[in-house]
Design a protein around this ligand. Structure first.
Ligand code: PMP
Length: 330
């Protein structure tokens, strides 16, 4: 019989698929690393497993303990999957801009969810960073993985995701493009690819307009899971050869095209990363190979990005019926 013993064993080894339609007019090869095929539906399963393994080894997480983490959802799902298998409780703290669908997913896995305001400074006691710190102090047996400073985050990508991409492309990758949230994905994969290629692979970050990574002041944007208003320790500031800023509108319109034209129902940060990858690809040589990482699936965004009324309300579509605006922007 061929089977996996548990869902945690399904984490990683995600496929690359060529983007065929949104790449019209581009001769370079653009390959998407499809991270929603992880069992929890996102790239974050990888770091969750690695952070818990290390915490157990270091004696920070003991049997019956509670995992407390500020998370926009995906890291929570990954942590909840591993926690279930190993008998830990989970309490997740989310900013209120995170969709209700995503919060309900966390609850479905058995976690408790605490929602905090987005529109306060990180140092405000109500911010989701501070609330999670307080809970981690007050709950007995609590451990806070802190994906923003935990080096297991970038390391999981250095040791696994990076080598996967290098092997899958047989070392022919020329550019790697990913969105930057904690920076763990781009820092870990970027470091591995740079070492493996002896500096030949270019590492390109994609960032929402307003985020600090592309020189913004931290003004609000709607794309979830990427961009920051501070500099996390998990982000290696020397890793990117370039950062491409992408607007919410461009991110969301391209996210919708990925579903309609590539059969990839993915989240808004995927549209953002692909928008950046297409900019890179337009300037690339025909035999260049550009890999873009797609962090999560689109089911958590059905009432936002995939909802015409929501898109219209924010000015991202000019009318409910007007599919033509998609082509207008790109
Ligand atoms: N996209 C989504 C949907 C995410 O949840 C995250 C994680 N915050 C990212 C992109 C960015 O990944 P990283 O934190 O590794 O930079």
């Amino acid at each position: 019989m061929r089977y996996y013993d548990n869902v945690v064993e399904l984490i990683g080894n995600t496929p690359l698929v060529r983007l065929r339609n949104v790449t019209e007019g581009i001769s370079a090869t653009v390959l998407a690393k499809v991270e929603y095929l992880n069992p929890g539906g996102s790239v974050k399963d990888r770091i969750a497993l690695r952070m818990i393994d290390e915490a157990e080894k270091a004696g920070l997480l003991k049997p019956g303990g509670t995992i407390v983490e500020p998370t926009s959802g995906n890291t929570g799902v990954g942590l909840a999957l591993v926690a279930q298998l190993r008998g830990y409780k989970c309490v997740f703290v989310c900013p209120d801009k995170v969709s209700e669908d995503k919060q309900n997913v966390l609850r479905a896995y058995g976690a408790e969810v605490v929602v905090c305001p987005t529109a306060v400074a990180p140092e405000d006691p109500r911010s989701y960073y501070n609330v999670s710190d307080r809970l981690a102090r007050e709950i007995p047996g609590a451990w806070k993985p802190d994906q923003y400073s935990n080096q297991s985050n970038p390391l999981s990508h250095y040791e696994q995701t990076g080598p996967e991409i290098w092997e899958q492309t047989e070392g022919r990758i020329t550019h790697f493009v990913a969105g930057v949230g904690t920076g763990g994905t781009i820092s870990g994969i970027g470091r591995y690819l740079r070492e493996a290629s002896k500096g030949a692979v270019k590492i390109i970050g994609a960032d929402p307009e307003g985020s600090v990574y592309s020189g913004g002041t931290g003004r609000p944007y709607l794309v979830e899971g990427v961009g920051e208003d501070f500099w996390p320790e998990t982000y290696d500031r020397d890793i990117c050869d370039g950062i491409i800023e992408v607007s919410d509108k461009e991110s969301f319109l391209l996210t919708r095209r990925l579903a309609r034209e590539e059969g990839l129902l993915v989240g808004g940060s995927c549209g953002m990363a692909v928008a950046a990858a297409l900019k890179v690809a337009r300037r690339a040589d025909p035999d260049d190979v550009i890999v873009v990482l797609l962090p999560d699936g689109g089911r958590g965004y059905l009432s936002k990005i995939f909802n015409d009324a929501w898109m219209t309300r924010y000015g991202f579509l000019s009318s409910h019926q007007d599919g033509a605006t998609v082509a207008d922007v790109l």
